[in-house]
Every structure is written in structure tokens, then in C-alpha cells.
Design a protein around this ligand. Structure first.
Ligand code: EPZ
Length: 425
């Protein structure tokens, strides 16, 4: 297993180019099942993307990297027969694999998809996905760890889906199922994330009829087929916010390019209130050395609220503010695993239920720490950049699931950061 070593205390300078969104890429890759052929550009080269491509290959899809070097453009072809069985050994590696359920069901009338199981941050049930498929007329059976879904003869039938809770993945599965269903589907309490919007925009380009994109009520008129398109994936807003925090935490002047500032409005509001100096232009942000940081009080929520995927990273930043901060995690039941590791680096954070209570200002001191999940690993890297001395972050395979070349991007701006292979004991 690999670790990342950071010698903290360096200020960064220069420009960072943001990669494409992991969480937009994954549903869009699954949507290739619907269209027959699809080209996606600006796909980040990540472990989770490779996992999804492996799953699609197991279903009979073919793909090739158009740019062999960076592997950020992919051409997918599902015109040959698509198997409809998504095996456990592939689905268990990456929960978003469950996003093939809607496309398989609506295209072939049958889908057998392994239940993804939970992960470090929570149980991650799929009841809302199953509810949406049933509402579109599918018969669902849960058997030996698989969801087995069959549509009636003639395919899925448009209907009113009223989600009791907001779910990004369930919304995406419902949309992909409904675009080829017969008749009208109205999805109420739909997720509004930019990644959901990017999926809808690509489906509309393919010929789908979708209204209400970006709102909590999406209306879909089913069509009979979709055509091949080329789609440029939106920038990764979570990566943007992570690098903005990297600039602030190292008191650096950094320029972050290839972003969409409309996707991070709430985050920018929060860091402005904390006293961060920055200037935004069309698709870039300049972060300047900030003075004393004020404490923060926030609750994570569905978009356009504060993203749960930035919670771990803002906790790290809050440690360096003067005063007491309170960060409440409302989306996942176990997303504070970075906190004991941050405390080992010198933070002073306590947990009360779903609230993290952070006493600032702490000074981070380098230590050996362990990554437990994707965004927790990012929060430890950020703390290491600010820490006095050497920080060793173990199990960085978590990091590589969601950040393309993060260590290379940071070292190119002056961070002292490198990877090591740990020999098995
Ligand atoms: C997506 O996961 C993202 N992943 C997550 O990012 C992100 O944290 C999450 O949305 C929330 O924004 C991808 O897009 C690939 P949900 P998803 O369904 O779709 C509960 C990262 O770090 N729920 O919106 O799985 C669920 O347990 C990852 O990049 C049900 O109860 O999230 C959670 O508490 C982590 N039943 C809440 O809803 C269901 O059927 C939100 O989950 C589905 C979800």
C-alpha cells in the first residue's frame, strides 16, 4: 500500500488546473448503456472511473481512451448485446456502480444488480432507488444480495416519483430509467446537484425530453431512442474547494483554473465569512494570503447547501481559525473518521452526536496518520501541508479514488509532498 509524505509549512504559488467531476462522470458513464455510443471528454483518470469502466466492460460495453496519454477522453459503445447482470465482485468496489440499474432496466427490460453494501461513511441503503424503479412499473425481487428488476412487456411506464428524502444517486437512476419509459414521469424532491444537472444536459443532447433541470421537480417525456453525442464533463467542484482550502491553509497566493464558480456559491459565502481573501473571474479563482480566520458554524445539506463532500476539509481549515467552530454533518451517519486523526496532528476537536466542535486556533504538528475514506484523506493532506514537520498519510488508495494527481498538482506549486510504497510487514 502507498503512503504520502508531506513536509509541511511551505507556501504554494502558481496555477492549479481542476480535473473533470468524478461524481458527474460516474452517472454519465452509466448513461452510455442508454445511447449506444457516447464520447465523454474531461473525464478524470481515477480509480473509481476505472472501476466503472470494468463494470461496463463486464456488461458487454466496449470503450477506448481517445487520448492515450492523459486518458481524459473516452469513447463508449454499447451497441452489441448488453448483459444485464452487474456482479457483486465489481459492484462492491464502488457504490456508484449501482447507477447501472436504471439504464439496464429501461434499455433491456431486465437488470440484476448486486446490492452495493455500505462503506466507511455509512450504511448507504438503496431503498429510494428501488422505490423509483417500482414506481416506473418494474417488478423488484431482492435475492442473495442482488436487486432483480423486470419491467412489464413494453417497458417501463412513466409515473409520479415523490422521493421522501433527497438522494443524488436515486434521482440519477430514476432520470436514466424514465428517459426511455413510455409517457410522462415527474420526479418530486429531486436532487439538484450540478452533477445531476450535467447528466440531464447530456441526456437532452442525446434527444431526451427533460424539464426542470436543477430544480427539485423534474419532468420527463419518454422517447424511444437516444443518439450518440460528445459531452464535456463539468469541473470537479469538490476538488476546487479542496484546493482553495489548500491555498488558505498554507497562506498562499494560488490561481485555480478550469472551474465553474456557480457550483460553489455557498462554499464561497462560508469562506468569505471566515475572512478568506479571494477574487473570482469567469472560470477561475485567485486566492490570496488571508489574515486571521474567523470560526465557522455550518450544517451540511443537499445542494445548493453546504456539500457533505467538503465537510472533512472545512473541519481542517476551522482548526486554524481563532475561536470555536461547529460543523454539523446531516447527510451521512459516520463521516467524522478524519477527526481522531486530525487530533493526532494537534487539533482540538470533540464530537457530540452529528456535530464536530472545533476549538481554534490549533497548530498542526506532523505525525503518521491513516486515511479512512476519500474526503477524510483529503483533510489529512491539507493538515499535513500546514503542519510543522513531517506527516505520513497511510492508505492513500482512498485518495486516488477521487483526486486526479493531487500530489503532483501540489508539488508543482511548491509543496514538499511525495509518495512511498510501504513494504508489507
Ligand atoms: C452521491 O452519493 C455522491 N457520490 C457522494 O459523494 C455524496 O456525498 C452524496 O451524493 C451526497 O451529496 C456520487 O455522486 C458518486 P445520496 P449518493 O443517495 O448518491 C441516504 C464522494 O465523496 N439514502 O444523495 O450515494 C444515504 O444513506 C461521495 O465523492 C437512502 O437512505 O448519496 C445518505 O444518508 C461520497 N436511501 C443520503 O441519503 C437511498 O436509496 C444521501 O445519499 C439512497 C440514499
Amino acid at each position: 500500500m502507498e503512503s504520502i509524505i508531506i513536509k509541511g509549512g511551505k507556501t504554494l504559488k502558481g496555477t492549479i488546473n481542476i480535473s473533470g467531476s468524478k461524481n458527474a462522470s460516474l452517472p454519465l458513464l452509466a448513461s452510455s448503456i442508454l445511447a449506444g455510443k457516447l464520447q465523454l471528454n474531461n473525464v478524470p483518470y481515477l480509480a473509481d472511473i476505472t472501476s466503472m469502466l470494468d463494470l461496463l466492460s463486464s456488461l458487454g460495453l466496449k470503450y477506448k481512451y481517445i487520448d492515450k496519454k492523459n486518458k481524459n477522453s473516452i469513447f463508449l459503445d454499447s451497441t452489441d448485446k448488453v448483459s444485464s447482470i452487474a456482479e457483486y465482485n465489481l459492484v462492491r468496489k464502488m457504490r456508484a456502480s449501482f447507477l447501472v440499474l436504471g439504464p439496464l432496466l429501461t434499455r433491456t427490460g431486465f437488470a440484476k444488480v448486486s446490492l452495493p453494501g455500505g462503506c466507511a461513511i455509512g450504511l448507504r441503503p438503496v431503498d429510494l432507488h428501488v422505490y423509483a424503479m417500482k414506481t416506473l412499473g418494474a417488478e423488484i425481487e431482492l435475492n442473495d444480495g442482488y436487486v432483480i428488476a423486470k419491467s412489464k412487456k413494453g417497458g417501463l411506464i412513466g409515473n409520479k416519483i415523490k422521493f421522501p428524502d433527497i438522494s443524488v444517486g436515486a434521482t440519477e437512476n430514476a432520470i436514466m430509467a424514465a428517459v426511455l419509459a413510455r409517457g410522462e414521469t415527474i420526479i418530486k424532491n429531486s436532487a439538484r446537484e450540478p452533477e445531476v444537472q450535467d447528466l440531464c444536459n447530456c441526456l437532452v443532447a442525446m434527444g431526451a425530453k427533460i424539464d426542470g433541470i436543477g430544480t427539485s421537480v423534474i419532468t420527463i417525456q419518454g422517447v424511444t431512442d437516444l443518439k450518440q453525442v460528445t459531452h464535456d464533463i463539468i469541473p470537479d467542484r469538490i476538488e476546487v474547494c479542496t484546493f482553495i482550502i489548500a491555498a488558505v491553509i498554507t497562506q498562499s497566493h494560488l490561481s485555480i483554473h478550469k472551474i465553474n464558480t456557480n457550483h460553489i456559491k455557498y462554499f464561497l459565502k462560508i469562506i468569505e465569512e471566515m475572512g478568506v481573501n479571494f477574487k473570482i473571474e469567469k472560470n477561475k479563482i485567485e486566492v490570496f494570503k488571508s489574515g486571521i480566520l474567523k470560526p465557522v458554524s455550518l450544517k451540511t445539506s443537499a445542494y445548493p447547501g453546504f456539500p457533505t463532500d467538503i465537510q472533512a476539509q472545512i473541519v481542517t481549515l476551522a482548526c486554524l481559525s481563532i475561536g470555536n467552530s461547529e460543523i454539523q454533518e446531516n447527510i451521512f451517519e459516520n463521516r467524522f473518521m478524519h477527526i481522531p486523526e486530525l487530533n493526532r496532528l494537534g487539533a482540538n476537536i470533540s464530537i457530540e452526536g452529528n456535530k464536530a466542535l472545533i476549538k481554534g486556533k490549533s497548530s498542526f504538528v506532523g505525525a503518521e496518520v491513516m486515511a479512512t475514506d476519500l474526503r477524510a484523506s483529503a483533510s489529512l493532506i491539507l493538515a499535513g501541508l500546514a503542519a510543522k514537520g513531517i506527516t505520513k498519510v497511510n492508505r492513500v488508495y482512498h485518495l486516488d479514488r477521487g483526486y486526479e494527481k493531487i500530489d503532483q498538482k501540489l508539488s508543482a506549486c511548491g509543496a514538499e509532498i511525495y509518495r512511498t510504497k510501504n513494504e508489507r510487514p
